[in-house]
Design a protein around this ligand. Structure first.
Ligand code: FMN
Length: 205
């Protein structure tokens, strides 16, 4: 069985903020469960927003020259993705949304050009975990972000596995005061890897 590869995407510009703390716990759990880990800190990478030039509709290739080429190779080859991003104006923060929008060329490869974008032998085992935090006292604040993450994971042939969402978390480090948040994130990372390992052991349907 191949070793499970997990990609953590740290979306917030606030270093060591709430989603960053949750992600690090989830990645600890995943590592402890035997996975190899890659982590992208989105705000440390040069990622231009999609310009809607339409070029990728012809050949599936984005003309923008920045960090995305390396990021595509990770989002397409990892067995599991843990996306950690805060809620900004009822959606994902802009830097993460830019990374997601830049997967339009992957969408074009799949949908317009009929290409397979992920490994057929392990595709059935691909899973995603979404970690998010918001300041508002209302769980509906995550509704917009869910829909975005749904399509992002869908483009990447990822079956959603779990979401951990914490509201009423405005201040930096607020998750540390939550009675279970960090433990929940650690367990979710462990479970993600267990679920992928189990699926990789299953015969293809
Ligand atoms: C520009 C901006 C917009 C925000 N918009 C919302 C919002 O619409 N709803 C909400 O509940 N919290 C909102 N917040 C609060 C953040 O979601 C909250 O502070 C969160 O803990 C940040 O997570 P982080 O520490 O991982 O960056 C916003 C914060 C910023 C900086």
């Amino acid at each position: 069985m191949p070793m499970v590869r997990i990609l953590g995407i740290a979306g917030s510009p606030r270093q060591n903020g709430n989603t960053s703390l949750l992600l690090d716990e989830a990645l600890k759990g995943a590592r402890n469960a035997g996975a190899t880990i890659n982590k992208i800190i989105v705000c440390n990478r040069e990622i231009y927003p999609c310009q809607s030039c339409g070029d990728c509709r012809r050949d599936g290739i984005c003309l923008l020259d920045d960090a995305m080429e390396k990021i595509y190779s990770l989002t397409l080859s990892s067995h599991g993705i843990i996306l950690a991003a805060p809620i900004y104006f009822n959606s994902l923060n802009a830097q993460v949304k830019a990374l997601i929008d830049r997967h339009q060329c992957i969408w074009a490869r799949k949908t317009l050009l009929g290409e397979e974008v992920t490994d057929a032998a392990t595709r059935h085992a691909r899973r995603g975990l979404f970690l998010s935090v918001a300041g508002a006292d209302d769980p509906r604040v995550f509704d917009g972000a869910h829909r975005v993450v749904d399509v992002f994971f869908d483009v990447l042939d990822i079956k959603y596995y779990e979401r951990l969402l914490f509201f009423r978390m405005e201040e930096k480090g607020a998750v540390k005061k939550h009675p279970t948040a960090l433990r929940d994130a650690y367990a979710a990372g462990e479970h993600l890897v267990a679920e992928i390992s189990r699926s990789l052991g299953e015969p293809l349907r």
